[in-house]
Design a binder for this molecule. Structure first.
Ligand code: HEC
Ligand code: HEC
Ligand code: HEC
Length: 151
């Protein structure tokens, strides 16, 4: 009678073991590298055209995030405020400050300030702010304590 298992099947447990080891290490390595804070740029703080400080405005002055990021509760995208929002105060507050030259220029010319974008998820993913905010997820859970950030 012919044998049901040919003799090479004796090596099967060994082959499986090796496959599991290689596969397992590969997977751990993949997430270790591509999920690492270095790869995902945690703490990325670009130089911005204006030395705007969240710590001063949202922290020390205690402004609500939504005063500037108005659309965060109602839309998928959270906006960055237009110059007019800044000028609500800076038409009077520190009206001659050197640090605000670009803000006043933008106000006079109508050209928006070119802020460098910080957070960007992959093109393949869709993210909706309002859904998260309406269910009570705080800005801090995702963005960290922005009110403590100078940049
Ligand atoms: C006075 C207006 C103002 C207030 C108040 C404010 N922000 Fe901002 N925010 C800005 C401006 C201007 C920028 C763009 C410059 C920058 O990135 O620093 C910005 C950028 C951001 C970004 C990065 C956007 C990107 O490019 O990915 C996040 C996140 C953010 N703000 C969260 C918050 C949170 C959370 C609060 C409340 C604790 C807050 N902001 C309060 C004006 C404001
Ligand atoms: C609710 C009022 C208010 C709004 C809105 C506001 N600021 Fe301010 N800002 C202040 C106050 C108050 C100070 C601190 C003034 C002081 O140091 O006495 C300040 C200081 C600053 C300074 C430092 C100026 C200096 O000479 O030290 C910068 C830069 C600045 N703000 C940028 C912005 C930008 C950009 C926006 C819009 C995204 C903005 N601010 C919106 C109230 C505001
Ligand atoms: C569940 C996580 C989460 C929460 C909560 C959250 N954000 Fe975001 N935020 C993100 C992600 C992800 C992005 C990048 C979105 C993209 O690339 O489409 C982002 C982007 C932003 C941007 C930049 C938008 C742009 O187009 O430049 C701002 C400003 C911002 N968030 C402000 C806020 C504020 C203010 C709050 C609290 C009211 C908040 N976020 C709460 C995850 C979150």
């Amino acid at each position: 009678m012919a044998q049901i298992f040919p003799s090479w099947t004796n090596k099967l447990p060994l082959i499986l073991l090796i496959a599991v080891i290689i596969g397992g290490t590969g997977k751990v390595g993949f997430f270790y590298y591509y999920g690492s804070p270095e790869f995902t740029d945690v703490g990325y703080r670009p130089e911005q055209p204006v030395e705007y400080s969240h710590k001063l405005h949202a922290g020390d002055l205690g402004m609500d995030c939504r005063y500037c990021h108005v659309s965060v509760e109602t839309s998928a995208v959270s906006n960055v405020p237009p110059t007019s929002t800044c000028m609500n105060c800076h038409i009077l507050v520190k009206a001659d400050s050197d640090k605000l030259v670009k803000v006043r220029e933008s106000w006079q010319t109508g050209k928006p300030i070119e802020w460098t974008r910080v957070n960007k998820i992959g093109e393949y993913a869709y993210f909706d702010h309002s859904i998260h905010i309406d269910r009570g997820v705080s800005c801090i859970s995702c963005h960290g304590n922005v009110a403590e950030m100078e940049k």
